[in-house]
Design a protein. Sequence first.
Length: 114
Amino acid sequence: MLYLLNRNRNEISELKAEIRRLSQNNNDTPVLPPVDENTFVSVIFKENDQKYYDYFLGDNHNVKIGDFVEVYFNNKISGKTERRVAKVVYISNPGEVSEYARSKIKGKSNRHKW
């Protein structure tokens, strides 16, 4: 009985490894460009906004176009730095540089609001 249970566990482990190997070799999954320290994203703060702001991507490798992220924003009226939710509209290509990016995004936001 123990022999059969152990054999079943080994078979399950082998099947999991095979599924992992097949899913990694699947060509349908999108390949993201390599992320370097100068990779930046352009975000907007309001729906249909024409003005966008650039932030460095940092260690947030799972951000895609259309995601909502949290960023630090300097409020000119109050003079304070605030945390705001913004929508990603562009991710730079490797080697592309932004003159305007100064800080990193904080991370993905669970709140999908403007």
